[in-house]
Design a protein around this ligand. Sequence first.
Ligand code: HEC
Ligand code: HEC
Length: 350
Amino acid sequence: MRLMLLLTAVGMGAAASYAIAAEELRQTAREHFQPIPAEPPQLPGNPITPDKVELGKMLFFEPRLSESWMLSCNACHNLATGGVDLQETSIGHGWHKGPRNAPTVLNAAFNVAQFWDGRAEDLEDQATGPMMNPGEMGSSAERVMGTLRSIPEYRERFKRAFPGEADPLKLGNVAKAIAAFETATLLTPNAPFDRYLAGDAGALSDRQKEGLQLFVEYGCVGCHYGTNVGGARYARFGEVQAPDGGLVPETDQGRFTVTGKPEDEYVFRVAPLRNVALTPPYFHSGQVWDLKDAVAIMGRAQLGLELTGEEAEAIADFLTSLTGAQPQIAYPILPVVTGDTPLPKPFDNP
Ligand code: HEC
Ligand code: HEC
């Protein structure tokens, strides 16, 4: 096929060789990136069923899993804004400003591990941590379980979501239901880039293709590859040159706190770039609001490259082609509490 194209090009001149170069770019892209699959992945030991997904959705939106009754998962992973809170770093219980920017929950199922430092193995492992985190939802396991047990509709729904289990209403199943909801529904397929990978050459503009070419040639792809164009490995932020001070606060040593290995100091999970145009500000410290600026910083810090303004713009333009079809989530109607439900403990002004 390639040979035939080549022969034709010799005969047909510039237009045809341009077509070959274009096809080569697409083939190269297909070697590095995979589309968001149309069907959600399977979860070992946690079969995805409609009852479980619906329960997981309710729990994701359930503010009464927080001590104040003000903070649900959706407070910081707002599904109306790309699964993030649009804050530098998240603000949680008691107006506590946390140390890190909230990554999106969209397509998180395809990351090698969860969090900026990869400390949770998967979504199930991640899901109940925020409820007990004093700076996030500020609750406790007893309070979370007491709240759910006090509401008859939840008792019923856990039975249906986990059929045949003697004690379906337990914390492990809260995590399983949320992970099933995230895996089954928080996916953004059919991005222009995915249509391009599948063969629709017109799905990307010329400038986006230029950006893709630079992304591959300059070596961004050495770290940002796979289904999520990132999220598959770890790297030091400042691999070649330390970025400006505020971007990598000294207090956050990244993956070092997970592994204890000196070579993991200031190492973070390579950020997944799906829907990145929707999720400013950028980097774990959330200091950069403009995608072009984030691209230029990456060029310098990770590759030792001074990108021109035009190059940074073309790459940023390419990155907007990673915005996929956002999940259409019907807002769940949550059951009312009963006299047995632990009351909220609101927090004061700072
Ligand atoms: C107060 C804000 C806040 C709340 C509430 C919150 N999160 Fe997060 N979430 C964050 C932040 C910040 C991080 C990154 C923390 C880190 O890397 O150390 C995060 C990380 C995650 C990740 C990892 C994504 C990735 O790509 O690594 C998932 C998944 C997630 N949260 C799901 C949830 C779920 C489910 C809930 C509800 C039970 C929840 N979050 C509640 C702020 C919040
Ligand atoms: C050596 C590995 C490596 C290379 C090469 C690399 N990156 Fe990154 N990238 C990372 C890591 C690690 C992060 C997360 C940094 C942090 O905040 O701790 C990141 C973050 C980003 C972000 C921010 C995303 C967000 O949601 O906060 C963008 C945008 C980005 N990279 C684009 C690029 C571009 C464009 C290139 C090429 C010019 C590139 N990267 C090259 C490792 C790399």
